[in-house]
Design a protein around this ligand. Structure first.
Ligand SMILES: NC(=O)c1ccc[n+]([C@@H]2O[C@H](COP(=O)([O-])OP(=O)(O)OC[C@H]3O[C@@H](n4cnc5c(N)ncnc54)[C@H](O)[C@@H]3O)[C@@H](O)[C@H]2O)c1
Length: 283
């Protein structure tokens, strides 16, 4: 019961990582304000989760919605202890040579400004609360290109820098700020962001589950629980000496090129060895 008596805010809580984090924090005694734009999914989560879960509508692209969420939760419970800035989607897909300004802005509002404003409007309710902390969702896409569309990757890299700057701004108030960088986690984000037609969603989900199970050195698919556990740790007193840090939870997907861990994928040295053997066989 690491979060007994604590007030926890989670954005994007109706699905995937946010829903699992809601279940975990609630199971450990927190009052969880689970927010989303998916009101049906959020209400279902509230009614089906054991513990004190209160669903609230909040579009993180709207600073006013975020302010109301934070003020409302603090008004009900007396303050805020933990904020998990999690809401997100895949963002605009065009590359840098084709993306339109409004697509760029919408992606930044959803993935980066949302986190900044999530911090901005929660802080007044966190000052003076022992052990108060933020956990922001970044991504392995912040490590380098190749994991996501460009705008998403840039926004998630921004979340890492924001985490460090906010950690220094808020240290004087005893508030910690950390980030988590999930790898390939099997959630609805892939089908919803890709706007897969309704009739293909089940097939697409099965294919994604299959892909996620062998996409990284750890030989299973990443699950929302893997990320929720890291978030709970970062938000807990056990991480009391961590601030401005980021935890990569990716089954090793960013460790190195595929041939470094997958015996089925030959790398340069294996290819050279094979060529040498072939040449020796010919001589
Ligand atoms: N799944 C992965 O592989 C992965 C990897 C790295 C990072 N992430 C990040 O983790 C976070 C959670 O993603 P997920 O995988 O659980 O996806 P998901 O689609 O299962 O859940 C995302 C939730 O965010 C909500 N949401 C979308 N736009 C919103 C808005 N404007 N305001 C409020 N809520 C909104 C959705 O309704 C949904 O409930 C996202 O920020 C995502 O970028 C996911």
């Amino acid at each position: 019961m690491r979060f007994s008596g604590k007030t926890v805010i989670i954005t994007g809580a109706a699905s995937g990582i946010g829903a699992e984090a809601t279940r975990l924090f609630a199971s450990e005694g927190a009052t969880v304000f689970a927010s989303d734009i998916d009101d049906d999914g959020g209400s279902k989560l509230e009614s089906e989760t054991d513990g004190d879960v209160r669903y609230r509508h909040c579009d993180v692209c709207s600073p006013e919605d975020i302010r109301k969420l934070m003020d409302g939760a603090a008004g009900e419970t007396g303050g805020i202890d933990v904020v998990f800035n999690n809401a997100g989607a895949g963002g605009a897909r065009p590359g840098i040579d084709e993306i339109e300004p409004d697509e760029w802005d919408r992606t930044m509002d959803l993935l980066l400004r949302s986190v900044a404003m999530g911090i901005r409007y929660a802080v007044p309710h966190m000052k003076g609360r022992k052990g108060a902390s933020f956990v922001n969702v970044s991504s392995v896409a912040a490590v380098g290109p190749g994991y996501s569309p460009t705008a998403y990757a840039v926004a998630k890299a921004g979340v890492l820098h924001l985490t460090k700057c906010a950690a220094t701004d808020l240290a004087q108030h005893g508030i910690r700020v950390n980030a988590v960088q999930p790898g390939f986690i099997n959630t609805n984000i892939f089908t919803s962001s890709l706007e897969v037609p309704e009739e293909m969603v089940d097939t697409a989900k099965a294919a994604i589950a299959q892909m996620s199970s062998n996409a990284q050195p750890v030989m299973r698919g990443g699950q929302p629980r893997d990320i929720a556990e890291a978030v709970a740790f970062l938000a807990s007193d056990a991480a009391g000496f961590m601030t401005g840090a980021s935890m990569i939870v990716d089954g090793g997907i960013t460790l190195g090129p595929r041939h470094s861990w997958d015996p089925e994928t030959p790398g340069l040295f294996e290819a050279l060895e094979a060529m040498e053997k072939q040449a020796q066989g010919q001589s």
